[in-house]
Design a protein. Structure first.
Length: 89
């Protein structure tokens, strides 16, 4: 995670080209964060997502979280600081 100007930007790193982001979705829902990063083996992209999640501690209740997912290749991790500065400006 990186904090910029009072905003937290979480990041998840994946070894392959796919993988679920369940824990990231939970974190974004609980903290009401609107932008997250994923580093993996895919080309760069930005997606607007609204996944349905099971709300922790409520049994089977569900909720949804709307956020922007910025996906970058693993080698671009050094760009996260610059992108966070741009997003928090």
């Amino acid at each position: 995670m990186i904090a910029r100007g009072g905003t937290i930007f979480p990041a998840e790193v994946k070894a392959g080209k796919s993988g679920s982001l369940k824990s990231l979705h939970q974190f974004l829902f609980q903290k009401e964060i609107k932008v997250a990063f994923r580093f993996d083996c895919n080309p760069p992209s930005r997606q607007e997502l609204v996944p349905t999640i099971r709300v922790s501690g409520t049994g089977n209740q569900t909720g949804s979280v709307a956020f922007s997912l910025i996906s970058l290749p693993l080698y671009a991790v050094e760009e996260m600081n610059r992108l966070c500065d741009q997003l928090s400006a």
